[in-house]
Structures are given as structure tokens and as C-alpha cells.
Design a protein around this ligand. Structure first.
Ligand code: AHR
Length: 523
């Protein structure tokens, strides 16, 4: 594959009319047909570490009522967060929903054996989650418990959330303060059922899935959108390093056995640089080798999507079933001095590039990838927001989601990008990624990443099939690979106006800085 990149790179230099060192990108503004589903820009919040408690949910010390944090809600609304997946993750298969309803003081306490063995007081449960998504204007994605729950328990939760009234469960919901049904449609049937969700084989899970899914039925106006646990997408981690089963076989078995009974398949894929040659697992203290390994792994999601999609195509050629990348992001070591079970990590320009790469790739697969959830919104893994007491900071990843939000529900414009490579030592990866869309008002949006931390790239962008007269943009970059925001300096890394784009006729020349994410708007 790397050899192919090099040949394509040489070929691009030889293209007529292209100056040496320039890379050509064609934006086919006349060929758009697929919509970029806004749910690609989705999120994930598990009962893990300080994601919910000390994240979304503020529990004052003085016995005052706990509450959602307004500053966090406002920050997430600003990037138009379309959905939140909850309560896990692995925690979903330990969670019993009845523990999280009714008067808070009476809710049972359990040990969160998975994540730090902390006592979970269940003060954040169903009604609190629904209040959160309501305030965000986002869709809830509820993941039901398959691993340690029962079919009846899951069906009861579904009825409690969605029955219009008159059944005992709907009346109980009303007594708990919500007479109206919540109207939850997105429904996960277990999580990582090959691992923490029950260590099942593909065939066993497919049978169990059909059993549980059968009892999640239309309720009043709510049609269930049933999501099956997909594989860990990458074979190396799933088979060579763990005993999670072959991911391609999982996709094949699930689609063959249950493909007509499901609406989405939830694939997981993390950028685990430390497992694939990085010299440091620190989020902030790393070398260029660690940078390029992360870029390489992030770029791999492209071919993984293609391979899993081709299996799905055999059983679902009309692409009715959504491919969901339900957990993704960089997984570093925890910040020094923090609980290893809490997965709290800082977030640098490297995370921003990894986010931009994933989102460009997801956009370009919009015909099959219709939902994705970054892991995990606040204080856990590749977060949008970090908190310390009442302070909060927006991470570089937050800013990438802000820059890319214009693609939500826009029409994907296919792009042809000549390959240009970035090399370090014996490693070499694609240097640039791009995606483009046209929004409802006719504006064209182009998002770009330059993975090369040392060299800029000059892109000659041909805007095919559109008349353009104006370009503007924003760029996120810094001089250091590990630039990040800290509580002492919360806005040191933010997008600024981009002055590096010039429009002449239908040609846009862009001087893409090194290690940068750029978003352009063309009118
Ligand atoms: O996001 C952390 C964990 O990673 C999730 O709980 C699990 O689904 C995955 O393995």
C-alpha cells in the first residue's frame, strides 16, 4: 500500500499544469448524491471515571440537589451534538435500569467493578439522561444490557421509555415525573458482546441478538432502530492480541443470520498507538515516531470500513443497514497521578489530526457509515471537554468537531485526491485527507488535514461543476505537535482565520500548513 502511495505521488507530480510540489484535489460539486448523516458527529458517555459524575453531572458537596452543568450543555450545543450513546460501553452490560429511577436517595448503590471500583450511586439514571439529551437537542442512543440482563428487563425499559400511558410501566414513568413518553428509537442490543459484553462467539451472539431484538417492538409512534454489537474492526487487535474472534467473520455471521432483523451494526475501533510501535503512551509527552504511528492507525479506518462494508453489501446491497463506528478515538495512558480505571487523558494537536482524519473518512463513506460516536465526550479518552472542579476546557478535538459541524446533513461531494506522502524513518503515510459537502444553502465546505508535522502542502483544488466567487476558512495548528489547552491557559489552541486560500476562477490554491486541520467555505 505504501509503495502505491509513492507511485501515485510521483504520478501527481507529473500531471500536466501542476507545479512541482503541488497536489491536486478535485471536488466534484456536480456529483453529490449521498447525505452526510449528522449522526456521524455523535458522542458517547459511559458511567466511567469522571465522564458522567464530575463531567455532565455536578454533585455539590453541600447536600444540594445534583444537576446538569450548564456550561457543558452550552458548549456541546454550540457544536450541534446530534446524539449521545449511554450508559456504556462495557458498563451497559452491567447496568440495571431500575436502579436509576425513582427518588435519588432511595436508589441502590452498586460497585462499578469495571471502572475503578467506585461506588455508583445511580443519581444519574434514565430521567437524568433524558433531560441531558433534551437540553442538548440531541437524540438518545440507549444500550440495553444483554450480558447480565434478561430479555424481560430490556423489554420493560423499552416500554417504560416509550409507552404513551396506561400500562403499569408508563404510569410508573409518569409518577417519576414524566407523563409523556420519551420517544427513544436508537436501541443498542448489548455492547462488545465478544468481550466485556459476554464473551460470545459470533453465532451465539447472532442468536442471542435475535432473541432480545424480537421483544423490542414498535410502541405507539416509536419504531425501534435496533443496533447489533459489531466486531472490534481491526483483526490485529481482535485476533492477534486478544481472543475476541475474527472481526470479518463476526460481520459476516451477523449479517447472514440477523441482517434483516437489525438496522445498524456497531463497530469499535481505537487508535491504540502504544500497541503498534509508539515509543510513548503519554498523551502529551511523545516523539515524532509516536505521531506518525497514530496517523497511520487513524488512516487505517478507511480500509477497515471498506472491507466490512463489502461484507455488508453481500447481504444488504441497498445499504439499508447503518454502519456505526460506535466507539473511536485515541487511547493513551492516563494522566500521571490519576486513577488508571478512569481513563482520563489530555488531548493535543495530535488528537485533533486524528479526529479530522476519522471525520473526513467517515464523510467519504457516507453511503454506509451513518453514525459514529467519539469515545467519550468528557474527561474520558479522546474527550471534547475536560473539567477540574467548576472549570472546564475545550480540547483541540472539540474545535475539530466545531470546524466540521457544517457537514452535518449536507450532501457529500465526492473528491479525488492525488496521494502525497509524509515519511518518518521507515514509516510513511498518506499526508493529506479531504472531504467536501454542499449544505442546504448551497455553500460548499471542504475540510482538510495535513498529517506532516514538518512540511506544508500546496493543494490545487479544482471545483468542478460549481461557480465560486468567495472563499473563507479556519485553521487549527500550532508550532508544537503536543500543543494543548490547559486549565491555566484554556484557549492556547483554537481555530483562527485561515489566510492561505486563493480563488481564481474554479481553481482554489491552498497553502496547507504542517500539522494542521483546515475548514474552507466556498460561495
Ligand atoms: O470506552 C471505553 C471502553 O472501551 C468501553 O466501555 C468499551 O465498549 C470499549 O472496550
Amino acid at each position: 500500500m505504501r509503495l502505491t502511495f509513492s507511485l501515485l505521488c510521483l504520478a501527481s507530480l507529473a500531471l500536466p499544469g501542476l507545479a512541482s510540489g503541488q497536489t491536486r484535489l478535485v471536488v466534484n460539486a456536480d456529483l453529490g448524491k449521498d447525505t452526510i448523516n449528522r449522526h456521524i458527529y455523535g458522542h458517547f458517555a459511559e458511567h466511567l471515571g469522571r465522564g458522567i459524575y464530575d463531567g455532565f453531572w455536578f454533585r455539590p458537596d453541600d447536600n444540594a440537589e445534583p444537576r446538569l452543568r450548564d456550561d457543558i450543555v452550552e458548549a456541546l450545543k454550540a457544536i450541534r451534538i446530534p446524539n449521545v450513546r449511554w450508559p456504556g460501553g462495557c458498563f451497559a452490560d452491567y447496568y440495571h435500569w431500575r436502579h436509576g429511577i425513582g427518588p435519588r436517595a432511595e436508589r441502590p448503590r452498586m460497585v462499578n467493578a469495571l471502572w475503578g471500583e467506585v461506588v455508583e450511586d445511580n443519581s444519574f439514571g434514565t430521567h437524568e439522561f433524558m433531560e441531558l439529551v433534551d437540553r442538548l437537542g440531541a437524540e438518545p442512543i440507549v444500550v440495553g444490557n444483554v450480558g447480565s440482563g434478561t430479555v424481560q428487563e430490556m423489554a420493560d425499559w423499552w416500554e417504560y421509555l416509550n409507552h404513551p400511558g396506561g400500562s403499569s410501566l408508563a404510569d410508573e414513568r409518569a409518577a417519576n415525573g414524566h407523563p409523556e413518553p420519551f420517544g427513544v428509537s436508537f436501541w443498542g442490543v448489548g455492547n462488545e458482546s465478544w468481550g466485556c459484553g459476554g464473551r460470545m462467539t459470533a453465532q451465539h451472539y447472532a442468536d442471542v441478538y435475535k432473541n432480545f431484538a424480537e421483544f423490542i417492538r414498535r410502541m405507539g409512534p416509536v419504531r425501534p432502530f435496533r443496533i447489533a454489537a459489531g466486531p472490534y474492526a481491526d483483526r490485529r487487535l481482535a485476533v492477534e492480541m486478544n481472543n475476541w474472534g475474527d472481526p470479518f467473520e463476526w460481520t459476516e455471521t451477523l449479517m447472514r443470520e440477523a441482517g434483516t432483523d437489525l438496522d445498524g451494526v456497531d463497530f469499535h475501533y481505537y487508535t491504540f498507538a502504544r500497541l503498534f510501535g509508539a515509543t510513548s503512551a503519554s498523551a502529551t509527552d511523545f516523539a515524532e515516531k509516536d505521531w506518525i504511528v497514530a496517523m497511520d492507525l487513524a488512516l487505517d479506518i478507511d480500509s477497515l470500513i471498506t472491507r466490512h462494508s463489502s461484507i455488508m453489501d453481500r447481504y444488504d446491497p441497498a445499504k439499508r443497514v447503518w454502519m456505526i463506528i460506535g466507539e473511536w478515538g485515541l487511547w493513551h495512558d492516563v494522566e500521571p497521578g490519576t486513577d488508571p480505571g478512569f481513563l482520563y487523558q489530555q488531548n493535543t494537536l495530535r488528537d485533533a489530526l486524528v479526529a479530522g482524519i476519522h471525520l473526513n473518512i467517515f464523510n467519504n463513506h457516507a453511503d454506509r457509515v451513518r453514525m459514529a460516536n467519539l469515545a467519550q465526550t468528557i474527561n474520558v479518552l479522546q474527550s471534547l471537554i475536560l473539567t477540574r472542579g467548576e472549570q472546564m476546557i475545550k480540547t483541540p478535538t472539540y474545535h475539530v468537531f466545531d470546524m466540521f459541524k457544517v457537514h452535518q446533513d449536507a450532501v457529500l461531494l465526492p473528491v479525488d485526491l492525488d496521494k502525497t506522502t509524509y515519511a518518518f524513518g521507515t514509516d510513511s503515510v498518506q499526508a493529506v485527507t479531504a472531504s467536501a459537502s454542499r449544505d442546504a444553502s448551497g455553500r460548499v465546505h471542504i475540510t482538510l488535514t495535513n498529517q506532516d508535522p514538518n512540511q506544508g502542502r500546496t493543494l490545487e483544488i479544482e471545483l468542478r461543476g460549481t461557480n465560486a466567487s468567495r472563499v473563507s476558512g479556519r485553521v487549527l495548528t500550532a508550532s508544537a505537535m503536543n500543543a494543548h489547552n490547559a486549565f491555566e491557559d484554556p484557549d492556547s489552541l483554537m481555530p483562527v482565520n485561515f489566510e492561505g486560500a486563493r480563488l481564481r476562477g474554479s481553481t482554489l490554491t491552498v497553502n496547507l500548513p504542517p500539522k494542521a486541520v483546515v475548514a474552507l467555505e466556498v460561495q
